[in-house]
Design a protein around this ligand. Structure first.
Ligand code: HEM
Length: 125
């Protein structure tokens, strides 16, 4: 399976389970909670879900609505150091367990998250 086949394996429902499980943990998280927009968590959840659906071979709704992802630039307003990166990955690992993807799809998505999360670091430790 390659990255673009993940969507066929888990469907939009798989990514819905994943992002719902991730964002359920965010408001109460002592590291990440204050970074996210409390008034628009549902919107944030939808942006991440649409991005992932597009990135893993599904419909490009994210691109239609948000344009080129430019994720490092979009994360620049948020102070992301090693601690924030590691916590993001930890919450996403838990969400992945809950979303119950087929094993190979889970491995591909987890590897992508690890690399991307490191790439988002924009502050010294
Ligand atoms: C490393 C730790 C990370 C932190 C602390 C973080 C934090 C945030 C915050 C606070 C937002 C704004 C929420 C909103 O959309 O209103 C956001 C947006 C977003 N993040 Fe992250 N993020 C991290 C890593 C990642 C990774 C690894 C990905 C990709 C897999 C990602 C994908 C996105 C996307 C797609 C958006 C919406 C961008 C847009 O269209 O505006 N983030 N992130």
């Amino acid at each position: 399976m390659d990255e673009l086949q993940v969507y066929a394996a888990v469907g939009s429902q798989g990514f819905e389970r994943l992002t719902a499980a991730f964002y359920r943990q965010v408001p109460g998280d002592d590291v990440l909670g204050r970074l996210y927009p409390a008034h628009d968590l549902a919107g944030a959840e939808q942006r991440l879900r649409d991005f992932l659906i597009y990135r893993f071979g599904g419909p490009a709704t994210y691109i239609e609505q948000r344009g080129h992802p430019r994720l490092r630039m979009r994360h620049a307003p948020f102070a992301i150091g090693q601690r924030e990166r590691d916590r993001w990955v930890q919450l996403m690992d838990r969400a992945l367990e809950e979303a119950a993807f087929p094993e190979e799809a889970q491995r591909i998505v987890r590897e992508f998250f690890g690399g991307m999360a490191t790439f988002m670091i924009n502050r010294p430790a």
